[in-house]
Design a protein around this ligand. Structure first.
Ligand code: APR
Ligand code: ZN
Length: 246
């Protein structure tokens, strides 16, 4: 891959890097994305599965869907894209991951500084008293219930719900302080998460997109690399190592 001189200069000068990631970075780990040709939302309706009312109407069905996704995620492994981002931690002063994904693959790849804007499928909590249940849940008598009798739900952000404030503000701070902001594997159509691209841009960060196709934000990026994240990100790591050797 050829990188232009502006990009190479930015790479060699950068101290603080943010990777803002979406489902596309986990696609090569076998986890389906939401939109695009084989996206989940082409077959299933988010309003029936990924919102609180759907859960209260039919908790059994929503849990069946999340347990199905959990099974896929448990069988998945971090791919070369996740690993490249983790490697960048040794090449820059500060690397922050701000992910929309709930699959925990960035941490499993070794990334330390991770903000999860949409929660994490490994965690669950009671809708009444918010007690957390992060060990294996018991589905033998139907939908798992808390000691207080409340229903237990996955700790993921559903449509229409607020993002965890500590995660969003942490991700936003890193984004506006970044020298380079990589947008990897996201259609960037879900807010407020997608708003971080513009927050970083307005704060003067160099915006680099990595996606297999053009997206709504491509025209706002300083640079777009079209191809699989699992191929492009390791090439960028190799490029940085060459620059550091000079
Ligand atoms: N490498 C890079 N990009 C890829 C790859 C790949 N191997 N495969 C797919 N993509 C891109 C697609 O082109 C698309 O732009 O990843 C993006 C995935 O977009 P979505 O499926 O919309 O996923 P995402 O942007 O993460 O969705 C945001 O929507 O449903 C909610 O909460 C859910 O966090 C999710 C949010
Ligand atoms: Zn409870």
């Amino acid at each position: 891959m050829n990188f232009n001189q502006t990009f190479l200069n930015k790479l060699s000068e950068a101290k603080k890097i943010v990777f803002f990631t979406g489902a596309g970075i986990s696609a090569e780990s076998g986890i389906p994305t939401f939109r695009g040709k084989d996206g989940i939302w082409n077959k299933l309706k988010p309003e029936e599965l990924a919102n609180f009312n759907a859960f209260m109407r039919n908790p059994q069905m929503v849990w069946e869907w999340y347990n199905h996704r959990k099974k896929i995620i448990h069988e998945a492994k971090p791919n070369a894209g996740h690993i490249a981002i983790s490697e960048m931690q040794n090449l820059f002063d500060e690397v922050t991951v701000v992910t929309q994904n709930i699959d925990n693959l960035h941490r499993r790849a070794g990334s330390k500084n991770v903000f999860e804007l949409h929660g994490n499928i490994e965690r669950n909590y009671c809708i009444d008293c918010r007690t957390f249940y992060n060990e294996e849940l018991d589905f033998s008598s139907g939908v798992p219930k808390c000691k207080c009798g409340g229903l237990i739900r996955p700790d993921v952000v559903w449509f229409g719900e607020y993002l965890p404030q500590d995660q969003f503000s942490g991700g936003e701070k890193a984004s506006v302080l970044s020298d380079m902001f990589f947008v990897v594997g996201t259609s960037a159509v879900v807010y407020p998460a997608a708003g971080l691209v513009y927050a970083a841009k307005q704060a003067g960060s160099y915006i680099v997109e990595v996606n297999i196709e053009e997206t709504e934000i491509s025209s706002s990026c300083d640079e777009s690399f079209f191809g699989e994240a699992g191929k492009i990100l390791p090439e960028i790591v190799n490029q940085i190592k060459k620059l550091k050797l000079r």
